[in-house]
Design a protein. Structure first.
Length: 354
């Protein structure tokens, strides 16, 4: 009996040391005081927890085998205890074999499963959040830090603003008209030098070039036909009134396309159903260039009227009497361009223009 016990004990010790050495050699991780004691990296911690789990499973199996061996040694003639001890030892052996086989299978399939690599994220590979759409203004030439941002018209952007950029996305597109003079909230007080044509594509850092007295910021409609019923130009003030005897030139909504529609100020007025003399029609007021009376804006549009020297006035609401507005610069009488921009989405609360 002693020989058997000694043999069993020796076998147990050899098995215990051999199996533990096999498992521990494959999974040993040098982490003291717990799997995550020496790291604040969650990826490294996960790897450590995985390896510690294998170590613990192997240790428990070896201890269970040891308990079964001790039970078998002390069982004597107690067959029940001896059978229970043998079952425990078999279960421990099967557990160790299963653990080792699982490890080998995972290593065969992909070593990264049991030895995953951890790649630390750095600022270089963490994607920056997208910049919200809008028009951004900067005081520095590199456009590195926005001084302000807007999605609606402003009266003034301040003398310290030197650069700007436009940020669009798949659903929103913005444009601007820069003005050199000081802004007025009613939009009809003063004209001045403007950016020409209206700026609808400035995704990179652009210089203001001194035109920071005022600015029109507009959102270009993705569906111009939904902006309204178009714009009509008249030869007389209050030309939109049915009782007015004025020539007219309608620009229908179907003819207004994004981002801008350019009209010739020499547009010839129509006099269908208007009771005025031939000299008035043919000599005095044949075109809007000669008789800028009024502009009816029937919807969400921005109308920019330019004259010699890139002087301009912009309007977002019906202008009933252009005779009282400085549409043309002092001493000049040559109107050069008219832009109609279908707008939508973010709009100004005022007719910011100058």
């Amino acid at each position: 009996m002693k020989k058997i016990n000694i043999l069993l004990l020796s076998t147990f010790i050899i098995f215990l040391l051999g199996s533990a050495n096999f498992i521990f050699a494959a999974t040993t991780v040098e982490v003291a005081g717990g799997p995550c004691a020496n790291t604040t990296n969650i990826g490294t911690c996960a790897v450590s927890v995985f390896k510690w789990g294998i170590d613990i499973a192997a240790t428990l199996a070896a201890l269970s085998f040891a308990v079964g061996a001790v039970m078998l040694i002390v069982s004597g003639d107690n067959n029940t205890l001896a059978s229970s001890a043998k079952d425990r030892m078999k279960g421990s052996v099967y557990g160790l074999l299963l653990l080792g086989a699982s490890y080998l299978i995972m290593m065969t399939i992909n070593p990264a499963i049991v030895n995953p690599t951890v790649t630390a994220l750095t600022p270089a590979n963490i994607p920056a959040p997208p910049t919200p759409p809008g028009v951004y203004f900067y005081t520095d030439s590199g456009c590195t830090q926005a001084a302000s941002q807007t999605i609606v018209s402003e009266d003034s952007i301040g003398p310290d603003i030197k650069y700007y950029s436009i940020v669009d996305d798949s659903t929103v597109k913005y444009g601007v008209i820069l003005h050199k003079t000081n802004g007025f909230s009613d939009g009809h007080s003063e004209g001045g030098t403007c950016s020409n044509p209206p700026i609808t594509d400035a995704t990179t850092c652009q210089p203001v070039n001194g035109m920071n007295g005022a600015i029109d910021v507009f959102q270009i409609s993705k569906m111009p036909s939904a902006s309204g019923n178009g714009v009509t130009f008249y030869s007389e003030p209050f030309g939109e009134d049915k009782g007015a005897r004025a020539g007219f030139f309608p620009v229908e909504s179907a003819a207004i396309t994004a981002p801008t529609t350019k009209e010739d100020p020499g547009m010839s007025f129509k006099y269908t159903g208007v009771d005025v003399s031939d000299p008035y029609q043919k000599t005095l007021c044949p075109t809007f260039q000669k008789c800028p009376g009024s502009i009816e804006i029937k919807g969400s549009y921005l109308v920019a009227v330019y004259s010699t020297g890139d002087y301009c006035q912009t309007f977002t609401k019906t202008v009933t009497d252009l005779n009282g507005q400085p549409v043309l610069a002092a001493g000049l009488n040559t109107m050069t361009d008219i832009f109609i921009i279908p707008t939508g989405g973010a709009t100004s609360n005022t007719s910011a223009s100058n």
